[in-house]
Design a binder for this molecule. Structure first.
Ligand code: BES
Ligand code: MN
Ligand code: ZN
Length: 500
């Protein structure tokens, strides 16, 4: 898709289709009013006759509107003006793009970016419009033998801004939005692939091709390297699988080498059967998404590299399958982690924390500015927060605040949960330094408590994306979250560095 930014009058656009909004009930937005005057009341006549109410999600496609240069005018319903916020704005852009793609014109000129959205500036509106447009057009048909071809697909989209002095900032936001959407698409492609294709080896290959494309540094540790390092908890998860585990390290250097790196760690369980503590059959297929954390940090590296942010970032991906088998870890087995702390594995289905804890120890060597791990870690997170927000826990409140703000900005929100010491007791073990499970109560918090024991040497935050990384049911698929949150966090950090 080709994108551009423009400022100019809607009736003068030579385009296959010009898109303007209509509020409910029957109230033209400003660009729609401009077209209406050029067309001598053509649009207001239609509204008066009841052809369009302006309900959110509704559309009306008009051909050969008098006084205009475009082949078509698409009216998009926006809902009530008073209730028009971020969510409604995003939905309107999605409706516009979906309709344009089905309409048969090769290009569209969208005026929705001129609408005012409470507390959001033109930069936000354009960035989000680009993200939403690309998300709307995303398809995953890699595994279908026959792809559904759109007859005359949309090739070019133009977003309009009111004033010429907004062009520069809008151009910049457009590139950011595209970069984030490309990162999300990479995450989705990796996460939507089935476990028999997206193996740890496949993730390592994809990381290598991303590194090649963008000049990132890459290192992949093999089982033998992990043995030498003493990553026994990670290896204990890999024992039941025939797929060799990998430990992927991707490095982006956008700032001077003396600038401390931000480290992102992503859970890469390419399939989670539960191991010997086998999961029940229903919906087990969704456990192919248990590498969404890994996919999100790889996707974020893509976005960041496309934006050429002036920071240093290292992505670390411990990746393996969690399978049952003759060599698999048994409940009750005790392993010594890379940190030296011993762990009694009471439930082999609490495997995410086992691969992450060694990664958290490994990253100490980078002397990180901070570490953020991302994981589909607990079913309990889906119970407490649903599919709306990502769970956030941190050992540093200002880092937590930054991530919450980034989530707000990106419209990819997170919500903080407490990491009080009182919860640590639940991890007590009679036989080792700790157990890998903390009982039914506060499952998301005790999982984070477990990780916190390996993240003592730096500022650290944990994102539990079990509810937000993918959708179930008829819309089953990866959401690309939290690539927008992570990228906004890095953008804000880069802006801070610029000031320093
Ligand atoms: N990958 C799962 C968490 C998960 C569950 C993600 C549902 C998405 C949807 C994780 O490895 C897991 O199995 N966690 C257990 C932990 C329990 C055994 C303490 C869980 O949440 O049930
Ligand atoms: Mn599990
Ligand atoms: Zn898991």
């Amino acid at each position: 898709m080709e994108f551009s930014i423009k400022s100019g009058s809607p009736e003068k656009q030579r385009s296959a289709c010009v898109v303007v909004g209509v509020f409910e009930p029957r109230k033209l937005s400003v660009p729609a009013e401009v077209i209406d005057s050029a067309a001598r009341g053509h649009l207001s006549d239609l509204l008066r006759r009841g052809d369009m109410e302006g309900k959110a999600g509704s559309t009306l496609l008009l051909h050969n509107v008098p006084g205009t240069e475009a082949d078509r005018i698409l009216l998009v319903g926006l809902g009530k003006e008073k209730e028009f916020r971020e969510k409604e704005y995003r939905a309107a852009v999605a409706t516009a793009v979906r309709t344009l793609n089905e309409t048969g014109g090769f290009d569209g000129t969208i005026y929705l970016t001129e609408l005012s959205v409470k507390k959001r500036d033109v930069a936000w509106r354009v960035r989000q419009a680009a993200m939403v447009a690309l998300e709307t057009l995303y398809r995953f048909d890699q595994m279908k033998s026959k792809k559904d071809e759109v007859r005359r697909p949309l090739r070019k989209l133009t977003f309009c801004v009111e004033r010429r002095n907004e062009l520069e900032i809008a151009e910049k936001s457009l590139l950011q939005g595209q970069a984030i959407a490309n990162g999300m698409a990479l995450m989705k492609n990796l996460a939507n692939l089935p476990g028999n294709i997206c193996t740890p080896g496949y993730l390592a290959e994809q990381a290598a091709s991303l590194a090649k494309e963008h000049g990132l540094g890459i290192e992949v540790l093999e089982r033998a390297d992990m043995e030498t390092l003493g990553m026994n908890t990670l290896l204990s998860v890999a024992k039941g699988s025939h797929q060799p585990p990998k430990f992927i390290i991707l490095k982006y250097a956008g700032a001077k080498p003396e600038v401390k790196p931000i480290v992102l760690v992503g859970k890469g369980i390419t399939f989670d059967t539960g191991g010997i503590s086998l999961k029940p059959a229903p919906e087990m297929d969704e456990m192919k998404y248990d590498m969404s954390g890994a996919a999100s940090v790889i996707g974020t590296m893509k976005a960041l590299a496309e934006m050429k942010l002036a920071i240093n970032v290292i992505a670390v991906v411990p990746t393996t399958e969690n399978m049952p088998g003759g060599a698999a870890t048994r409940p009750g087995d005790i392993v010594t982690s890379m940190s030296g702390q011993t762990i009694e594995i009471l439930n082999t289905d609490a495997e995410g924390r086992l691969i992450l804890c060694d990664a958290l120890t490994y990253v100490e060597r980078f002397e990180p500015e901070c570490v953020v791990d991302v994981a589909t870690l607990t079913g309990a997170c889906v119970i407490s927060l649903g599919n709306v927000v990502t769970g956030l826990l941190a050992n540093n409140d200002s880092l937590a605040r930054e991530l919450l703000d980034a989530g707000q900005d990106a419209y990819d929100r997170a919500w903080q949960m407490p990491l009080f010491d009182d919860y640590q007791e639940q991890l007590q073990s009679n036989f080792a330094d700790m157990a890998n499970i903390g009982g039914r109560a506060a499952g998301t918090i005790t999982a984070a408590c477990f990780l916190s024991r390996f993240a003592k040497k730096y500022d650290w935050a944990h994102l539990d994306i079990a509810g937000t990384a993918y959708k179930s049911g008829k819309d089953k698929g990866s959401t690309g979250r939290p690539v927008p949150l992570l990228t906004h966090f890095l953008m804000a950090r880069a802006a801070e560095n610029g000031k320093a």
